[in-house]
Design a protein around this ligand. Structure first.
Ligand SMILES: Cc1cc2nc3c(=O)[nH]c(=O)nc-3n(C[C@H](O)[C@H](O)[C@H](O)COP(=O)(O)O)c2cc1C
Length: 345
């Protein structure tokens, strides 16, 4: 199950019993990657997303991990810093969000139940960056204390790490900007810090090499991401999770970028995502014994997606009105095949 922000955390950005029920309903996924969770108050970009930086948040997530483990599932937490994809109303001091450079994102954030444009960011000072790397390290310690089986570093979809990677959003002239090596430095430092406390077999990474999500762009995605994957091969996280194409949109975005060649540079497990159907997933997993497929939207509306795919049963469609915020409606009330067959149980 792909990471899916649902904006249903309680006060203090804590996970709830309802979230535990939602994830436990989907435990047959095998591996759940829980929704992106901010590593610090500064890292938040949308209303009511959960965090992983306080004792109360660790306790809240414990409800979720216990519920999923009880159903026989594994669960990783996706670690998130949104960078410039935030709003001053979400920042602790009402200040500007931070970014590699002071360039406003062409992106929306979610505040008071509405989507609003991201605020103008300020550029991070060189002296601030080690503290953010340390926030990722501490968030990993916290996630393991909350019972997660591992963490996924969110380096995709135009958030802070992706902003550092791309030359459209990173105009720095210090050791974190300019060359591909410099723009990759922040991500690789985060990976080293996180692997240092969790071990490489409890750390995954998510990339979206050609996605324009949240307004990022680069003049040479292939050189950037082939370099990065070669570096990741050395660090060897448990998996490389790749959004193929434009997130939630065309799989053919930038047809010049060859995902098969990218995958071949990594000798470990590959998790493919984005617009996968049953047929595409079967094709991939039959041809690549170390490939998994992550499903996002289909898992929202089909808690028993694995059973439905196994039986080639019809899938339920998604209610787009209930994706972000709210309660059980459109969250824990999607029926399973068994519910439909035995509605009175
Ligand atoms: C409601 C919603 C929330 C999402 N939240 C996240 C998130 O927290 N982290 C992330 O990396 N991707 C997030 N995504 C992207 C999905 O993980 C996935 O990449 C995307 O939906 C494409 O996969 P699919 O075609 O199987 O749905 C989100 C997508 C949706 C629809």
């Amino acid at each position: 199950m792909a990471p899916l922000t649902r904006s249903r955390a309680a006060a203090g950005h804590t996970a709830t019993d309802l979230m535990a029920e939602y994830y436990a309903q989907r435990a047959s996924a095998g591996l759940i990657i829980a929704e992106a969770s901010q590593i610090s108050p500064q890292g938040q970009g949308y209303q009511d997303t959960p965090g992983i930086y306080s004792e109360a948040q660790i306790a809240g997530w414990r409800l979720v991990t216990d519920a999923v483990h009880k159903q026989g599932g594994d669960i990783f937490l996706q670690l998130w810093h949104v960078g410039r994809v935030s709003h001053h109303a979400l920042q602790q001091d009402g200040g500007q969000p931070v970014a590699p450079s002071a360039i406003q994102a062409d992106a929306m954030t979610f505040v008071d139940g509405e989507f609003v444009p991201a605020s103008a960011p300020r550029a991070l000072g060189l002296h601030e960056i080690p503290g953010i790397v340390d926030d990722y390290r501490q968030a990993t310690v916290n996630a393991l204390a909350a019972g997660f089986d591992g963490v996924e570093i969110h380096a995709a979809n135009g958030y802070l790490i992706d902003q550092f990677l791309r030359d459209g959003s990173n105009h720095r002239t210090d050791m974190y900007g300019g060359s591909i090596e410099n723009r990759s430095r922040f991500l690789l430092q985060v990976m080293e810090a996180v692997i240092g406390v969790a071990g490489a077999d409890r750390v995954g990474i998510r990339l979206s090499p050609v996605s324009p999500a949240n307004g990022v762009s680069d003049t040479d995605n292939w050189s950037l991401f082939s370099y990065l994957v070669d570096q990741l091969e050395q660090l060897h996280p448990i998996y490389l999770h790749v959004i193929e194409g434009a997130t939630m949109s065309s799989r053919d975005y930038d047809p010049a970028f060859d995902f098969k060649r990218l995958r071949e540079r990594y000798s470990g497990t590959y998790i493919a995502n984005n617009g996968y159907t049953r047929e595409l997933a079967l094709q991939l997993t039959e041809s690549d014994p170390k490939a998994l497929v992550a499903f996002g939207r289909k898992f929202i509306s089909n808690p028993d997606l694995v059973q439905r795919l196994a039986e080639d049963a019809p899938l339920q469609s998604l209610d787009k009105q209930t994706l972000y915020g709210g309660g059980a409606k459109g969250y824990t009330d999607y029926p399973t095949l068994a519910d439909l067959l035995h509605p009175d149980d």
